[in-house]
Design a protein around this ligand. Sequence first.
Ligand SMILES: Cc1cc2nc3c(=O)[nH]c(=O)nc-3n(C[C@H](O)[C@H](O)[C@H](O)COP(=O)(O)O)c2cc1C
Length: 416
Amino acid sequence: MKRVDDFRLKFGQKEYVPIMVGGMGVDISTAELALETARLGGIGHISDAMVNDVSDRRFDTSFVKDKTKLYKHNILNADKSDVKFDLDILAEATRNHVGATMEAKKGDGLIFVNCMEKLTMNGPRETLQVRMASALDAGIDGITLSAGLHLGSFGLIADHPRFRDAKLGIIVSSVRALQLFLRKNARLDRKPDFVVVEGPLAGGHLGFGLDWAQYDLATIIAEVIKFVKDEELNIPVIAAGGIFTGSDAVSFLESGSAAVQVATRFTVAEECGLPADVKQDYYMANEDDIVVNTISPTGYPMRMLKGSPAIGDGIRPNCESYGYLLDGNGNCAYITSYNRELALNPSGKNISVMDKTCLCTQMRNFKLWTCGHYTYRLKDTTRRGPDGKYQLLTAEHIFNDYLYSVDHQIALPAGI
Ligand SMILES: Cc1cc2nc3c(=O)[nH]c(=O)nc-3n(C[C@H](O)[C@H](O)[C@H](O)COP(=O)(O)O)c2cc1C
């Protein structure tokens, strides 16, 4: 019977353990988690979501405070079009986060950065360009483009000296999205080095509508693999979303996936950035505690625990400090919803906004508990202590469980 360890992901001449730990913003997939994954020979991700804030927390910079001070006069103004990111600071924050991570890297694996197009940052093109170029400057091994079609993203870094040597890939949820991406980038003569196909059971934003349950990863990935083969593209195709055991992974590897991307199992790793009490909420979740809703202002459905404090919260938009979801014209769907409620309740007290959430603030404060469909199975991956708390796992334990398990078995950790 095969194990994941019987397979390898090939990039050119080099071989890697075919396990990618997916990017989880905001700093849920920490540098520590990515470093462990790389040390073990796989591919880890950091995320550049809200990287100014991540830099402040990791390196004691004051980028968020400085931006808040600069735009303080605008806080009560509904028009956020003037609230811009300073591109030099964005570059510095990215270089801090990526550079320190890459300096600490040990082992044979790789570290990529997850770059979401939906972080439009009130200047979609220029901010995305700076984010990608600075990550390349700081030595990142690769970039995974996500949360968007990224039709122009390769073009934004085509002049970068590392454009052809860094590993660049994209997450898609359909063969059509991949075809569109390839068509739009044909003139650059630069194929992606990998394609992650994310199915409907993943965590974070979904590339499906609320009819997500009608789709399944195995079908979509078979279509993508066939297309890549028919076109002789020779691009590794990586399966993601709902791969919970080593045996799940093996079934994708046996049917032509080059690797798997996993995340949910790692949300309860010691190295994961979620606060310890939130990890217990993930462990305790039952199937009916997990919902897919449309409160994300990005327009994509998102999966989360229904007990997330963000749901129904009505905080004032924090765009002067954050503003990562402002489109190029200073708009965000949360601002519209918040202002609607404020008009009904001008005192601004006890406002509840049900249809959208202030995603920046809530993700930054770990109050929006996005999670994969199988989060309710996490409790089966560990032991429960006499105090009722579930034991956290090391990333190494989870990684090795994927690598060596057979028959859908899940290795429990040694007791505390
Ligand atoms: C807590 C959490 C946060 C996530 N955040 C992001 C993100 O910021 N960007 C992204 O592209 N994918 C994100 N994802 C998706 C993962 O990177 C991954 O592709 C997917 O969850 C894999 O499926 P699995 O969780 O069932 O293993 C997130 C997933 C989880 C569980």
